[in-house]
Design a protein around this ligand. Structure first.
Ligand SMILES: Nc1ncnc2c1ncn2[C@@H]1O[C@H](COP(=O)(O)OP(=O)(O)O)[C@@H](O)[C@H]1O
Ligand SMILES: Cc1cn([C@H]2C[C@H](O)[C@@H](COP(=O)(O)OP(=O)(O)O)O2)c(=O)[nH]c1=O
Length: 336
C-alpha cells in the first residue's frame, strides 16, 4: 500500500497504513508511539551490535567538493514483504537522526500518469491486452526515468538524483530491481531475460543500498489476502514463487557483477543523465572505490513487524556509516 502524499510527515503516513484505502486493504494498525520506540530500539542495537552511537541530529551526509551528498536506498521484496511499512519507517527514522533532516519517502510505480496507467493495467481496469510483460517492462522503465530525472521528490529537487545531489537520503519503495524480478517472472516466452531487463534499466543509476526483505511466498500471500479485498493480477502464489527465485538470482548477479563501477561503458548510459540533471560529477554521487548497489538481505521468518523494522533499519544505518555515506558528529543534547 502506498500513501498518497509525501508532504505529510512520514510517521503519520506509517500510522495511516492502518486506515488508508479502506476499500482495498484493511491493514492492521501499527502502534501510534512507533517512532520513538523504534528510534530507541535502533539506537540501542546500533550501539550494542555495531559500536555505533547515534542521537537525533548526530549524523551528517558525506561531503564532496564542499557539498552534502545523499543516497538512494531501494526497498525490495515480494508483495506483502513489508516494503511500504519499512520504507516509511526508514525515511522517518533517518529524518530524525540526520542533522539536516533531509530524508524522503518515494515509490514506484509512481503517482504520475505512467505510474497510474501501470496500476490500472495490473488491476485489470483497462484493456486486458495491455497486460504483457514486455509492455509492462517498458512502461515501468518510462515511469522510472520520469521518477529519477524529473519528479519533484523533495522540495526544489529535480528527480530522485537531484534530491540525492542536494543531500537528501531518498528511500524508494521499489526500484529497478522489481522490474527485473517481476517482469522476467511474468514472461513465459522468455523474450526478456533478467539480464535483458537489467540492461534496459541502465538508463537509471543503481541504488546505493538495496534492502531485500525476504519472505516465504505463502506468508506473503497470506498477508496480502488478509489485508486486501482486491488483488492485483501479479498477486498469486505461483508468480510469487517465481519472483522470489528471480530476486535470489538477481542478488547473486549483482554481487558478482555490480552496476557500478561498471565493466563496460555500455552499462552506464545513466552517467550522462545523472551529470546533466545534477550538474555535478557522478564520482561525487557514486565514489569509485565502492561497489553499488550494496546489498542487505533480511530474512523475515518468524519476525514481528517491529522486529523486522528494527533489524532492517539498524542494518541500513550501520551500512551507511560503515561505507562513509553518513558521518557521525556530536549530536544535540536529546539522546534516545
Ligand atoms: N514482518 C511482518 N510480520 C507480519 N506482518 C507484516 C510484516 N511486515 C509487514 N506486515 C504486514 O503485511 C501487510 C503488508 O505490508 P506492506 O508494508 O503494505 O507490504 P508491501 O508494501 O510489501 O506489499 C501489512 O498488513 C503489514 O502490517
Ligand atoms: C517498480 C515495479 C513494481 N512492480 C510490481 C510490484 C508490485 O506487485 C506492483 C506494485 O504494487 P505495490 O508496490 O504493492 O503497490 P501497492 O501497495 O500500492 O499495491 O508492481 C513490477 O512488476 N515492476 C516494477 O518495475
Amino acid at each position: 500500500m502506498k500513501p498518497a502524499s509525501r508532504e505529510t510527515p512520514v510517521i503519520e503516513n506509517v500510522i495511516r497504513l492502518a486506515y488508508k484505502r479502506g476499500e482495498e486493504k484493511r491493514v492492521p494498525s501499527l502502534p501510534l508511539e512507533l517512532e520513538p520506540v523504534l528510534a530507541k530500539s535502533v539506537a540501542k542495537r546500533l550501539r550494542e551490535q555495531y559500536g555505533i552511537t547515534i542521537e537525533p541530529g548526530s549524523l551528517v551526509p558525506r561531503k564532496c567538493n564542499g557539498r552534502e551528498i545523499g543516497v538512494l536506498i531501494a526497498i525490495e521484496g515480494l508483495d506483502g514483504a513489508g516494503t511500504t511499512t519499512t520504507s516509511l519507517a526508514l525515511a522517518s527514522i533517518l529524518r530524525l537522526f540526520v542533522k539536516n533532516g533531509k530524508a524522503v519517502y518515494t515509490k514506484e510505480p509512481t503517482d504520475n500518469p505512467i505510474g497510474v496507467l501501470i496500476k490500472s493495467i495490473l488491476r485489470g481496469h483497462v484493456d486486458k491486452s495491455l497486460m504483457r510483460p514486455d509492455i509492462l517492462t517498458h512502461l515501468f522503465i518510462a515511469d522510472r526515468i520520469h521518477h529519477v530525472y524529473e519528479e519533484n521528490v523533495a522540495p526544489g529537487a529535480r528527480g530522485v538524483v537531484g534530491a540525492v545531489a542536494q543531500g537528501y537520503l531518498v528511500v524508494t519503495d521499489r526500484y529497478k530491481y522489481s522490474n527485473i524480478a517481476y517482469q522476467s517472472s511474468m514472461d513465459e516466452t522468455n523474450t526478456y531475460t533478467m539480464e535483458d531487463i537489467m540492461a534496459l534499466n541502465a538508463v537509471t543509476p543503481p541504488a546505493h543500498i538495496l534492502l531485500y526483505l525476504d519472505v516465504e511466498p505463502e506468508e506473503a500471500l497470506r498477508r496480502i489476502t488478509t489485508t486486501r479485498k482486491v488483488l492485483e493480477t501479479t498477486e498469486n502464489l505461483e508468480l510469487l514463487r517465481k519472483v522470489r527465485n528471480a530476486y535470489q538470482k538477481l542478488l547473486v548477479m549483482l554481487k558478482e557483477n555490480p552496476e557500478w563501477p561498471a565493466a563496460s561503458p555500455g552499462e552506464t548510459p545513466w552517467v550522462t543523465h545523472v551529470e546533466r540533471t545534477t550538474g555535478i560529477s557522478v564520482e561525487c554521487i557514486y565514489p569509485r572505490d565502492a561497489q553499488y548497489p550494496v546489498i542487505i538481505k533480511v530474512y523475515e521468518r518468524d519476525m514481528s513487524v517491529e522486529e523486522m523494522l528494527v533489524e532492517s533499519l539498524t542494518r541500513v544505518i550501520a551500512k551507511l556509516v560503515e561505507t562513509g555515506h553518513l558521518v557521525q558528529e556530536n549530536g544535540n543534547e536529546h539522546g534516545v
